[in-house]
Structure formats: structure tokens, C-alpha cells
Write a protein that binds this ligand. Structure first.
Ligand code: NAP
Length: 429
């Protein structure tokens, strides 16, 4: 057997702890797969006194993560997190010192991925990140190596388990976003500061990586529309259900005429469709791979076991000397993303207006929609408590987003409409 692959790990929390545990439990089997032992030679975390998932007393401890770049490791695994700071310093130092890098850090790669990929390539080194997008689902490898023959038309994913848990529970219980968020925090499904998850930022980071892998473009967060789930009302979820839909936070990257559309947005997905039936904290990715057909991947996007599974798959590839450019193509061939023309995305839309229950209001809304050439497929009206606004809900036919936007702008100025209109795209499963 070849000499062991020497591994240094920075960050021993959920993911790092999972990696230690899995290597400890399945070291012998993994050595057979990797044709060499996977040996942890150094670690770093914040608190040396903390109890870890396995005994690390015999492993070299470094108080400064960056010091791992100067260790005798072959590969540095960055599992600290954060888009800059010690994580970025460590990865740069490791690549500059001739060490392969494995990371689960989507925020960092979404911002610095193209530059780091070039740095890795310059040194003939691996930069691998299977755990960074959709956790345990092997979607990075699938897009980078497997689904390449015919090109990718679209990648659409439920990429944040916290949001999916919240939306699933809002539907099951009829409760508000705020109430379900509180419960998710108590159960450990949501962070104390949930902004990055519920605001769509975490999904955006993952989508930037998947989009780059799919379309051969540099990860691009600037040309991405991002909307979170905070404004989703219990009423929208109930109406969705009446029409046979569920609301999911989707990351969508799609090749359209004139460029690539990238958006993170709550969307209506049909109940009974693959994306519509992804429950609770699960993640899923639907890929339209042209002549190869549609593919659907579902699994756990977070947690110790799934993320460790992805990190170890990357380590075994490195041990075998099997690694491609980080984003599937040489870094200098990653092109800047050409964004799809603004407002050109076409879809059917769910629209909800809360209006004063007075004559002429429906005609006024219909007038604005007709003027913008938005036609309506179905409509319902609810709520008739004296003095309270009523909700008018409409589903449009397929319409360019810009046209619906124009109509809503006009409708929002009406003195009969209470609060901002709600607009949610309908996605096919
Ligand atoms: N959790 C998941 O399910 C998941 C899924 C996919 C991707 N990821 C990504 O994986 C990365 C790690 O996430 P995690 O959930 O494992 O985080 P975590 O549980 O908070 O663990 C972070 C670890 O980093 C250590 N650390 C913090 N600052 C450090 C520093 N300056 N130098 C060295 N070590 C430092 C902490 O040390 P102490 O233990 O001593 O405090 C801790 O061990 C992040 O990029 C995250 O986005 C996580």
C-alpha cells in the first residue's frame, strides 16, 4: 500500500467532528478504497479544552488554523466557515504551500471560488467542495464529471433545510412564519441568527456554485435575484394548497435566450411532483441535462453524517490522485456569467391582493393586468368579515415577469388595495 494521505483539519464542529468520527469508525474500509490510509496528522479549532467526538490527544494541535499550511500534511480540510477571515487565510496559505484543499464553505467559494480555483491549478493541486452544496447529495461531482456530455439547461434546488423545515411546518400546522421559526430555533433546525438562511443568502451561495459547475461560468452572486421566505404568509400557503401547490424556497439557474437566469425565490411547486414532495429538512436538486434527460437528487443537506460523507469522498479522490479542476474546467476558461435580460423570465404567477370590499375593485385590478397583457387562468376571493379587507387570489397564464411587475406597480397605487401585492412564480415540478 502507498504511504498514507496526511490530513490536517481546521474546524472540529458539526462537519469536522463528523469527519473525525467517520475516519475513526471506517478507517480500514476507506483505506482499501483509497489504496492508502487516511491519516489525520494535525488539527485546529478554537477551544482546545472542548470534548471532541473522538480522542484527538495524540494528534498535533495548532492554536492558529493558518499554521496547518506549514504542517507536513498533504491536504488541508477547512471546516471553520465564514467567507473571509481565518478560513480564507488558511486556504490561500495551504494552496500557496503546495497542499490540496477540501472545504465545505459555500460562502467563501461563492465569493472567492474562481480565484482560488486558479491558485489551486497553478500548483497542480485539488480544491474540492462536495459538502458545500446540498451536503450529502453528490451533486458537485455529478455536475462536474458525470452530466457533461450534452450540456445543462437548468439546475433547480431546495438547498436550505432550515427554510424547507419552516415552510413544511407552516403548511402542516397553519401557523405563521414567526411562530414556526421560533420552534425551528428551539429544535436546533435554525440558527439563533437565522438571516442567512431565511433571507435566501445561504441558498444563493450554493446556487452560485451549482450554476458555475453547470454552465462553466465563474461563480457569480451579483447577477442573482435573491428573495427569502420571511414575507410568506400562512394565507399564501393555504391558498397554494387549495390550488394543489406548495411553496418552496428554490434556487434556480437556467439557460435562457440571451444568458443565464439565476434566482433564489419562494416558488409554487405542484404537490406530487418531485420538488413539491421534498419534506422537512431535506434538500433536493433537479437537473435538466439536455439529451441525457432530467435527473432528480434528494437527500440530507446538512448534519454531521451527510457532510462528513461528502468531505471523505473528496479525500478519497485526492488519495487516488483523481481530481479535476475545481469547477470542472480550467480556471482561465470559466467565463463571466452573462445575465438573462431583466424581466424576461417567463412563468405563470400566483398573485394575492388584500383589498377593501367595495364595488369596482376587481375591475380595477383586472384593468391593470389587461393593460400589461397579463391574462388570468383562475381566481378566487375570500374573507368577508365586516370592515376587514378581503383577499383576491389569481393565477396567471405564462407571462414575462416584467409584464406582471408593470401591472403590480399600477395596482399597488390603488387606494382600494391594502398592503403590497404578493407575487410568487409557479414552477413545474
Ligand atoms: N453544519 C452543516 O450541516 C454544514 C453543511 C454544509 C456545509 N457546512 C459548512 O461547513 C463549515 C463548518 O460548519 P459547521 O457547522 O461544522 O460549524 P461549527 O459546528 O460551528 O464548527 C466550527 C468549527 O470551527 C472552529 N473554529 C472557529 N473559529 C476558528 C478559528 N479561528 N480557527 C480554528 N478553528 C476555528 C470551531 O472551534 P470550537 O469547536 O473550538 O468552537 C469549531 O470546531 C461552514 O463553512 C459551513 O457553512 C456545514
Amino acid at each position: 500500500m502507498k504511504s498514507p494521505l496526511r490530513i490536517a483539519i481546521a474546524g472540529l464542529g458539526t462537519v469536522g467532528g463528523g469527519v473525525l468520527k467517520a475516519l475513526d469508525a471506517r478507517g480500514a474500509e476507506l483505506a482499501e478504497r483509497a489504496e492508502r490510509r487516511l491519516e489525520i496528522v494535525a488539527v485546529s479549532a478554537r477551544d482546545r479544552k472542548k470534548t471532541r467526538t473522538v480522542d484527538i490527544s495524540a494528534i498535533d494541535w495548532q492554536a492558529e488554523a493558518a499554521a496547518l499550511a506549514a504542517s507536513d500534511a498533504d491536504v488541508v480540510v477547512e471546516l471553520i466557515g465564514g467567507e473571509d477571515g481565518p478560513a480564507l487565510a488558511l486556504i490561500e496559505a495551504a494552496l500557496n504551500s503546495g497542499k490540496h484543499v477540501v472545504t465545505a464553505n459555500k460562502a467563501l467559494l461563492a465569493h472567492h471560488g474562481a480565484r482560488l480555483a486558479a491558485l489551486a491549478e497553478k500548483g497542480g493541486l485539488a480544491l474540492k467542495f462536495e459538502a458545500a452544496a446540498a451536503g450529502g447529495i453528490p451533486i458537485v461531482k455529478a455536475l462536474r464529471e458525470s452530466l457533461i456530455a450534452h450540456g445543462i439547461n437548468s439546475v433547480r434546488g431546495i438547498l436550505n433545510g432550515t427554510c424547507n423545515f419552516i415552510l413544511t411546518n407552516m403548511e402542516k400546522t397553519g401557523r405563521s412564519f414567526a411562530e414556526v421559526l421560533k420552534e425551528a430555533q428551539a429544535l436546533g433546525y435554525a440558527e439563533a441568527d437565522p438571516a442567512l438562511d431565511v433571507g435566501g443568502g445561504d441558498t444563493a451561495h450554493k446556487l452560485a456554485l451549482l450554476s458555475s459547475l453547470a454552465f462553466g461560468t465563474a461563480p457569480d452572486l451579483k447577477n442573482m435575484f435573491v428573495e427569502g421566505i420571511e414575507a410568506i404568509a400562512a394565507a399564501d400557503i393555504a391558498y397554494a394548497s387549495e390550488f394543489g401547490y406548495r411553496i418552496k424556497l428554490l434556487g434556480v439557474a437556467r439557460r435562457v435566450a440571451g444568458g443565464i437566469e439565476q434566482r433564489v425565490q419562494p416558488a409554487m411547486v405542484r404537490v406530487g411532483s418531485p420538488l413539491g414532495d421534498v419534506d422537512g429538512a431535506f434538500n433536493a436538486v433537479a437537473v435538466d441535462a439536455g439529451a441525457a434527460g432530467p435527473f432528480f437528487f434528494e437527500g440530507r443537506g446538512a448534519g454531521e453524517g451527510p457532510t462528513a460523507s461528502a468531505v471523505i469522498a473528496d479525500l478519497v479522490d485526492i488519495a487516488l490522485g483523481s481530481f479535476e479542476p475545481a469547477f470542472g474546467k480550467p480556471a482561465h476558461t470559466l467565463t463571466p456569467l452573462t445575465p438573462a435580460p431583466a424581466g424576461a423570465a417567463t412563468s405563470a404567477y400566483y398573485l394575492r391582493f388584500d383589498v377593501l370590499d367595495i364595488p369596482g375593485v376587481v375591475a380595477e385590478i383586472a384593468g391593470h393586468l389587461a393593460e400589461a397583457k397579463v391574462s388570468i387562468e383562475s381566481m378566487l376571493q375570500r374573507g368577508r368579515n365586516p370592515g376587514e379587507p378581503v383577499s383576491i387570489v389569481m393565477i396567471t397564464h405564462d407571462t414575462p415577469q416584467a409584464a406582471v411587475g408593470r401591472a403590480l406597480k399600477g395596482i399597488a397605487t390603488s387606494d382600494k388595495v391594502v398592503g403590497p401585492p404578493r407575487m410568487i412564480p409557479m414552477e413545474t415540478g
